[in-house]
Design a protein around this ligand. Structure first.
Ligand code: GLY
Length: 563
């Protein structure tokens, strides 16, 4: 506070003004984790240091999605101009097989890919955080993990939002003896004002603090994860953990109007799909058509529907599959998709079903960080479902992911996000499942103007997309853009999911007359966004280091905090 300017003035009527700072900014899904990040920035750490500390802290104070036992992605834009991307997504264990979640008749065994140890992919988070810290950070592991160790050791007082999250998994916690001891209070759900202490997790964090990745991937933690897995129906061996490596790659980039979008490449579908939708929409005057007018909604939904067909059928882990990214973003493919949109009538999703594709029938966390030097980190990581597979590796306090469900478990069968996915995302040993996570950074003339991302499974892509459109086409402040009601479509199911007030009544009526099925949407996202140089893009001053943070009001645990 003493060093930086931090104001929270009410500039606009529709939304709160974004939180403003002339130094760094952290926006995360849990207020204690945002504070940890800002403390690291105050100590002189850069945004990678702050991101690593926030990620370890979230593993303690946001156990639904913050994690050691999951995986994720980090998009970076450094003040020296470098752009890069870290992939520490979970991998299928070496013993995984295409049909591992099917019974002898070839039918999906209910809940096997979503609950319990067989649902767990080999975790990547600790590898990713250490990779980022060593290559791009400036501070010691000791310093960056200290806040998380203290929060686990001493506990923290649960507020309403924390308790709401824990209650989501009460019945599953009761079934897992390790989870029960930690996340229930003598078998009963925690209440507001209780203190959540995680002694085992504190011990594990301390071991990682001293031994780094060696502990998690070779040492005691690796052994505990493997023993726990093999004793409880899982297949993760110490060899799986020993082999795990973070991958560094180029982010996906595309231009939309005057801006350059940097986002997640495969094994995420996020960057490619966001770019494909934006490029389909680029020739259309969305601003002139008006925010959420029937016409602008129609073209956005049709663009989204078409891009999700490509997402669901043609993207997968680049180590196993040659992703046709150039083709998907080529002018000829985009022209073809555009020309297939009827100006009035909704295209039935079944009409877009690729030959050979059959049809039977959110829970992640994101944070955005920027420092006073101009380094930006956009990071999304996850256990997949809230609290993942809802099992804890014995003796470690680590909740394990259920990322195996992001694979195509059986052709024609949807996953927990109702995504109908294709052959290229089928299970293979050591493969990473296709993701929707989209940690994104937006540039103008190579200057950072936005850092954003969100949880929400398949709804991540449409939430990031709409935040981009709200800021770029409609010039909303970053907070207005985050607050604005959202809609979602993902090709299958053929439904427009709309948050309250997302569709004005006359637009809704027109869309229904065009053939759309519209249903209410749950609040799936928790956007964490920062704008640089102004509260809205038309006010951005080049070279300005004023930061404007926006926390999504849809969940009441997060915080945008300036340095
Ligand atoms: N587990 C959600 C995703 O990666 O998209």
């Amino acid at each position: 506070m003493a060093l930086g300017l931090m104001i929270n003035t009410q500039l606009f009527a529709a939304s709160m003004a974004p939180v403003q700072s002339s130094r760094g900014m952290v926006v995360s899904a849990q207020h204690l984790a945002s504070k940890v990040g800002v403390e690291i920035l105050k100590k002189g750490g850069n945004s990678v240091d702050a991101a690593v500390a926030v990620a370890y802290a979230l593993a303690v104070v946001y156990p639904a999605a913050g994690n050691l036992g999951g995986g994720g992605f980090m998009t970076l834009k450094l003040e020296d101009g470098r752009e890069t991307f870290l992939d520490f997504r979970e991998k299928a264990p070496l013993a995984a097989t295409k049909g591992m979640f099917l019974d002898p008749e070839g039918q999906v065994i209910k809940s096997l890919s979503t609950r319990g140890h067989l649902a767990v992919g080999v975790p990547g988070t600790v590898s990713g955080l250490e990779y980022a810290r060593k290559k791009y950070g400036t501070m010691s592991r000791q310093a960056l993990m200290d806040p998380a160790v203290k929060l686990a050791q001493n506990g923290f007082v649960l507020e309403a939002g924390d308790v709401e999250m824990l209650h989501v998994a009460t019945e599953d916690f009761k079934k897992d003896p390790e989870a029960k001891d930690i996340f229930l209070k003598k078998g009963k759900p925690f209440e507001v004002g209780d203190r959540l202490v995680q002694k085992q997790l504190a011990k594990t964090l301390k071991r990682i603090q001293h031994q780094g990745v060696e502990d998690f991937y070779i040492g005691q933690t690796a052994k505990s994860i493997s023993i726990s897995s093999l004793e409880n129906g899982g297949i993760i061996t110490t060899q799986d953990l020993r082999q795990y490596q973070t991958r560094e790659m180029r982010p996906i980039g595309c231009n939309y109007r005057a801006y350059r979008i940097l986002s997640a490449p495969p094994p995420s579908s996020g960057g490619v799909t966001i770019c494909e939708i934006l490029k389909i929409l680029e020739p259309y005057p969305l601003n002139e058509w008006g925010f959420h007018s029937a016409k602008s909604l129609h073209y956005q939904i049709e663009a989204i529907r078409r891009a999700y067909v490509d997402r669901n059928t043609s993207l997968g882990d680049p180590e196993f599959h040659d992703n046709p990214i150039d083709y998907l973003l080529s002018p000829s493919h985009l022209d073809h998709l555009r020309s297939s949109i009827d100006p009035v009538i909704a295209t039935p999703s079944a009409q877009l079903m690729p030959a050979g594709m059959v049809q039977e029938g959110e829970n992640t966390t994101h944070f955005s960080v920027i420092d006073s030097f101009g380094n930006a980190v956009s990071m999304t990581y996850t256990l997949n479902d809230w609290f993942g597979a809802r099992v804890v590796a014995k003796g470690t306090g680590i909740l394990l992911n259920n990322e195996m469900d992001d694979f195509t478990i059986k052709l024609g069968v949807v996953n927990q996000f109702q995504l109908l996915q294709g052959r290229v995302n089928q299970i293979e040993p050591s493969k990473r499942p296709l993701s929707s996570m989209s940690p994104t950074i937006v540039l103008k003339n190579d200057q950072i103007v936005m850092v954003l991302g969100t949880p929400g499974g398949s709804r991540i892509i449409t939430a990031v997309l709409q935040t981009l459109i709200n800021t770029i086409d409609y010039d909303m402040t970053i907070q207005e853009a985050v607050d604005a009601p959202r809609f979602h479509h993902q090709w299958v199911p053929d439904v427009v999911f709309a948050e309250d007030y997302a569709l004005p009544p006359d637009a809704k009526e027109q869309l229904e007359a065009s053939g759309y099925t519209i249903k209410p949407s749950r609040l799936a996202n928790h956007m964490a966004a920062i704008m640089v140089g102004g509260a809205r893009l038309s006010e951005v001053k080049p070279q300005s280091r004023l930061y404007f943070g926006a926390n999504d009001p849809r969940r009441n645990t997060g915080l945008a905090l300036g340095q």
